[in-house]
Design a protein around this ligand. Sequence first.
Ligand code: NAD
Length: 434
Amino acid sequence: MSDTLHGAATRHALPSYLDHDRLGPWGIFLQQVDRVTPYLGSLARWVETLKRPKRILIVDVPIQLDDGTIAHFEGYRVQHNTSRGPGKGGVRYHQDVTLSEVMALAAWMSIKNAAVNVPFGGAKGGIRVDPRRLSLPELERLTRRYTSEIGLIIGPTKDIPAPDVNTNERVMAWMMDTYSMNVGETATGVVTGKPISLGGSLGRHEATGRGVFTVGAEAARRIGLHVAGARVAVQGFGNVGGIAARLFAEAGARVVAVQDHAGCVYREAGLDIPALLRHAKATGSVADFAGAEPLARDAFWDTPCDILIPAALEQQITEANAGRIQARLIIEGANGPTTPAADDILTERGVLVVPDVIANAGGVTVSYFEWVQDFSSFFWSEQEINERLVAIMKGALDAVWQVADDKGVTLRTATFIVACERILRARDLRGLYP
Ligand code: NAD
C-alpha cells in the first residue's frame, strides 16, 4: 500500500454520499464538530467517528393510493452513533426530507442523548412525503410499509424511533403494531411516544415543550430576565412550539407572535394561547386567527420580544436575519434552527442561545423513561415523571453552563464538549472491533 493511499487526506476523505452537501444540515453538524475538536484533548483521535454515520438505510416505500394507483416514497433510517447504547431518534414525514437532513438529525440525537446522559446513541428516520396530501388509510399503509422496510435495523435494544415533525402517537401505534406482527410478539419498547394505553408514558406528549420551558425559564433567571411579563415569539406551533407557548403563557409571559407553515400572527398585549391552540387544531394553522393581527412572514424576525423560540425546522436563523432578532434569549425548540454563521452574529450581539441539544432534550428524556417503564412493565405517576424530567434538564443546563464559563465558550460549544467527551470516551473504552 502506498503512502498516498494511507496519507491523512485519503484516510479522512469523506465517503462519497457525504461529500455533496457542505451547507445543508449535515455540513452544519460537521462545522459544530470542528469547533469542539480543540477542546477534546486525547479523545480527539476518535473525532472522525462522529463525522460519518455508523449505518444508513435508504428504502423505497411503495403504497397503493385510495384511487388504486401505486406511489413510491423515499424513506431513510440513519444510526449515527451507538457507542453509548441503542440508536434513538424520531421519524419525520415532510416533503423536503433529505438524506443530509436525516443524517444531521441523527447526529444531533447522539449529542443530545449524551448531553443529558441517557444511555442511547443517536438515530433518526424520515420519509420524503407531504402527509397532508394522504388520506388516513394511505398514511397508515405508508407507515406500515416503512416500518417493515426499516425493521431490519430497529428494535427495542437496537434502535427505537419516536415522533418528530408530522408524526404522532397514532403513527407510533402503527409502527409498534407492524414491528410486533413481524417479530411475532408485542414489542412495546420498539418505539416511544406511543398512546398511554399501549405502553406510552404519562408526560411524554408534553415533554419536549416542558423541557423547552424548563431550561428557558432557568436560563432567563440566570441572566436576570423575568419570565412573568416577558415577551415571547414562537416559530412552529406543533407539539414543541404549541406546548412551550402554553407553558410560558401560564407562567405569565406574553406570547406576542406565533408563526407556522401557513401564517404568522401578532398581538402586542399577548395572544390568547388556549384559543390559538383550538383555532390551529380546527383549521390546521394559526393563520386567520381572529384575536390577532396578521404579520408578514419575514417581519416575524423583527418582532420586539425578549425570548425567541424557534420550534419548526432547521436553518431558520441565518446571516440574513440574525442581526434583526430583538430577543435577549433564544431557546432552540427545533433541531438545528441556527446556522453557525448566525450563531456567531448572535454571540457577538450578546444574545444568549440555549442550543437544541439541551433545550429540546425533554422529549428524549421522557422517551427514555417510557422505554424503561416498558421493559419493567411498571408505570410511574405523571408527577414522578415531570419531577425527574425537570431534575435532569436543570442538571444538564447547570453542567454545560459551568463548562461555558470555565472555557469561555458558547453554551452550544460547551454542550458539544460535554457530549462528545461522553461519546468518545465510550468509544475509547470499547476499542475498535476487530
Ligand atoms: P410538529 O409537526 O408537531 O409541528 C411543526 C410546526 O412547525 C407546525 O406548527 C408547522 O406548521 C410549523 N412549520 C413547518 N414548516 C414551517 C415553516 N417553514 N415556517 C414556520 N413554521 C413551520 O413538529 P414538532 O414535533 O413540534 O417538531 C418541531 C421541531 O422540534 C422539529 O425541529 C423537531 O425535530 C424538533 N423536536 C421535536 C421533538 C418532539 O418530541 N416532537 C423533540 C425534539 C425536537
